[in-house]
Design a protein around this ligand. Structure first.
Ligand code: NDP
Length: 308
């Protein structure tokens, strides 16, 4: 098997999904409906600003409308909540997304719980979480939904497989585990208190890393032939770390020289890829799928609210 056969090409699959959304948006436009996503950005976090920018840009590229509501970090909780309530009431708004993390001191759940569940395109409202738990999903978190979409489109046999998810966050790990369970995998969830993480991970046919720790998952965590999905995204700015993680990788070295940083994941790609059956790269793996699935959710929310 060549290296490229091994790669799970999230960027290509995200492109396919975006084209499907574009076609559906075009036919809705004929009926006079244009889906609209409103994003609330509080504070100055530079990474959040980049994410919000790409969400808005992708919406417009696919023929949907997008508005970004930028509030300064000094905004208080009540002002953010008032904005969410106003967007809930606005009949032109189909999707409401509050970019996380909110500034320190703000109560994230209090804000997310206010979003109209029918407009909750991040799938984090308790109503939508409950529907997912019950196996009748409506709007679900975009990153794990993108992973499932990729596994299905790449023909990975999830039914009956042993799946291990490393990470139990509300936005990735937990919904990921539920979605794999609903696809009939036998699922184990690991976290920071898991004993013998490597031993548990080695049982996986499908291993999902959503840990937020650079290159934590090494070959000792991987059974030969396993499918490895790396959700982690880290900007590595230290030359020695780049050389350690990507020895002899000219492409990474050039990117580092040009931009002063490279992206890497929770999986030690160079050492894990030779053992894996299939593996996602970082970048170009899960990241593009997350935005593509946000577009799917915005379209779905619009269709559910306005018909079509
Ligand atoms: P969180 O920090 O919210 O959660 C991390 C999880 O990993 C926690 O459950 C934590 O356990 C667990 N964990 C941390 N350290 C260890 C360890 N040493 N061993 C085992 N488990 C550990 O992160 P997120 O879920 O929000 O994100 C995970 C990664 O995915 C990040 O790198 C993030 O940047 C990336 N991400 C990428 C997206 C994309 O589109 N590509 C979208 C969203 C996130 P515990 O609960 O015990 O603390």
């Amino acid at each position: 098997m060549t290296d490229s056969d091994r790669l799970l090409d999230g960027a290509r699959i995200a492109g396919e999904i975006r084209e499907e959304v574009r076609a559906r948006v075009a036919s809705l436009a004929e009926a006079g409906v244009t889906p609209r996503l409103d994003v609330v950005l509080v504070g100055e976090d530079p990474a959040s600003r980049v994410y919000v920018g790409s969400k808005a840009k992708t919406c417009v590229e696919l023929g949907m409308l997008s508005r970004t509501h930028e509030l300064p970090a000094t905004t208080n909780q009540a002002e953010v909540e008032d904005l969410v309530k106003r967007l809930n009431r606005d009949p032109d708004v189909d999707g409401v997304l509050v970019q996380l993390p909110l500034p320190r001191g703000m109560e994230t759940h209090a804000v997310l719980d206010l979003i109209d569940p029918g407009k909750d395109v991040d799938g984090l409202h308790p109503h939508n979480v409950g529907l997912l738990v019950q196996g009748r999903p409506r709007l679900v978190p975009c990153t794990p939904a993108g992973v499932i979409e990729m596994l299905q489109r790449e023909g990975v046999e999830v039914k009956g497989s042993r799946a291990v998810v490393v990470g139990r966050s509300e936005i990735v790990g937990k919904p990921m585990a539920l979605m794999l369970l609903h696809q009939h995998a036998t699922v184990t969830v690991c976290h920071s208190r898991t004993r013998d993480l490597a031993g548990v991970c080695r049982e996986a046919d499908v291993l999902i890393a959503a840990v937020g720790q650079l290159a934590l998952i090494g070959p000792e965590h991987v059974r030969e032939g396993a499918v490895i999905v790396d959700v982690g995204t880290h900007r590595v700015t230290d030359r020695a770390t780049v050389e350690r993680l990507f020895p002899g990788n000219e492409r990474k070295r050039k990117t580092f020289e040009k931009r002063g940083a490279v992206l890497a994941g929770d999986v030690d790609f160079e050492r894990v890829a030779p053992v894996a059956g299939k593996i996602t790269p970082v970048p170009g793996g899960v990241g593009p799928l997350t935005i593509a699935m946000l577009m799917v959710n915005t379209l779905r929310a619009a269709q559910a609210r306005r018909g079509g």
